[in-house]
Design a protein around this ligand. Structure first.
Ligand SMILES: *[C@@H]1O[C@H](CO)[C@@H](O)[C@H](O)[C@H]1NC(C)=O
Ligand SMILES: *[C@@H]1O[C@H](CO)[C@@H](O)[C@H](O)[C@H]1NC(C)=O
Ligand SMILES: *[C@@H]1O[C@H](CO)[C@@H](O)[C@H](O)[C@H]1NC(C)=O
Length: 401
């Protein structure tokens, strides 16, 4: 019993201290919390008024703790502010939820933070169109940090004569804009190319793909993109392979041209070593790195080494990205045995050629003897010794040598 009673004393003391001073132990929540949609495809305006009689708490600061999420998100995002208005991003295909409380702290509270109850508000765009009419497989790639290409497929429930539109907004634009360059398939918009988006890098880019067909409206798709996470650089350039004095393979390349910031790139280097016997060995990763040069030891003294390099955005600039195409180069190393082989081959070749020529000449001579049979001389049959006469002999027709 005794150990349980011990903590009661300080708590009671604190309570006596707090009630003895005239400081407010409670504060009212903010008033008139409301959410409005300025038509920016996901960024909503949230406004409120301060709690009543807040001016009476002098020598204290009033702050607000604002939390928000789209329905279904597990976590709330938190903002502490002294302002009475915020613009925050939501997924408009779900409801927006916000909650807000007043925080009071300073001399009037003896520096203890006093907070009010929460006030809540929600917002939902009026649901429009059948869920199955929403476009499918929407995805985007930010090519070389130069242009954004988004593509989609018509929804499962697509009425005849459907027309899709892509709209976008980012902070800095006064209003949502429509795509100016659609990609079409059989007269239907199935993609969009957006250029000149450098202002939209490292911030929210709100996108909406909506559509209509004759009388019916389709379910719009809302999404918020982060360009730096969708970037795909061009392939690395000027890949050069050479051999060091220590017989190591030196690999060097240049970052791709274009707008991709070189400090934002990392590279994957793969090598395939080809032995004399095997046709082509498999590619093996040798390095993932930010530098644009690499030394690879040739442990197996292979005959031909092929190296390929590709790039993508590194973790210092993005959470994710897409790999570029490969740039590939091969390097053939001639070994000592090979050098001997290179000398032998022409010798063998010329010898065999002259042999063939001699044989052909011999054949021609034979053809000329167009008799029913022919005489075979000792030189053709082969002779045992020089100068020794051998009687020519008769060979019946059809018996060659
Ligand atoms: C690119 O956008 C900027 C504003 O963000 C604008 O001033 C400029 O004219 C645009 N350039 C092109 C080629 O559209
Ligand atoms: C699509 O969205 C844009 C931007 O919100 C809007 O101006 C346009 O009227 C919508 N179109 C349809 C067919 O709903
Ligand atoms: C080198 O040879 C060893 C053993 O033969 C083999 O396991 C290894 O994969 C080879 N390395 C390369 C790069 O071909």
């Amino acid at each position: 019993m005794a150990p349980c009673r011990l903590p009661v004393l300080p708590v009671a003391l604190l309570w006596v201290l707090a009630s003895s001073s005239s400081s407010p132990s409670t504060v009212a929540p903010p008033r008139d919390l409301q959410i409005t949609d300025p038509g920016l495809l996901g960024s909503l305006d949230v406004e409120w008024r301060p709690p009543p009689h807040i001016q009476t708490f002098n020598e204290c600061t009033v702050k607000y703790k604002f939390e928000y999420r789209s329905t279904g998100d597990r976590d709330w995002k938190v903002i502490f502010t002294r302002k009475l208005k915020l613009r925050v991003g939501f997924d408009l295909s779900r409801s927006a939820e916000v909650r807000l409380q007043t925080l009071l702290q300073g001399r009037c509270t003896d520096d203890v933070e006093v907070h009010s109850d929460w006030v809540y508000a929600t917002f939902q765009t009026s649901p429009q169109g059948n869920l199955e009419s929403e476009v499918q497989n929407f995805h985007c790639i930010y090519h070389d940090w130069e242009y954004l290409k988004c593509t989609w497929q018509p929804g499962l429930l697509t009425p005849h004569g459907v027309h899709y539109g892509l709209y976008y907004w980012y902070q800095g634009l006064e209003q949502a804009l429509q795509c100016g360059h659609y990609i079409q398939e059989q007269g239907i918009n199935v993609g969009c190319v957006l250029q000149n988006l450098s202002q939209a890098e490292y911030q929210d880019l709100n996108i909406c793909v909506n559509g209509s067909a004759a009388a019916t409206l389709l379910r719009p798709l809302y999404t918020t993109l982060h360009l730096h996470n969708l970037a795909q650089p061009s392939a690395p350039e000027q890949l050069v392979l050479s051999l060091s004095a220590a017989q190591e393979l030196l690999v060097a390349w240049s970052p791709p041209g274009g707008r991709a910031p070189p400090h934002c790139l990392e590279y994957e280097v793969q090598v395939a070593e080809e032995d004399a016997g095997e046709a082509a060995a498999a590619w093996a990763i040798v390095s993932t790195q930010m530098e644009t040069a690499l030394t690879i030891s040739r442990a197996n003294q292979s005959h031909v080494s092929c190296v390929r390099v590709r790039g993508r955005t590194n973790i210092f600039c993005a959470d994710q990205g897409f790999w570029s195409e490969w740039t590939q180069a091969c390097f053939s190393v001639s070994r000592k045995e090979d050098k001997q082989l290179f000398i032998l081959i022409p010798v063998i070749l010329s010898l065999s050629i002259s042999l063939i020529i001699f044989m052909l000449i011999g054949q021609c001579k034979k053809r000329r003897e167009k008799s029913r049979g022919h005489w075979v001389s000792a030189s053709v049959l082969g002779c045992r010794g020089h100068g020794k006469q051998v009687q020519p002999r008769w060979v019946p027709p059809g018996f060659g040598i």
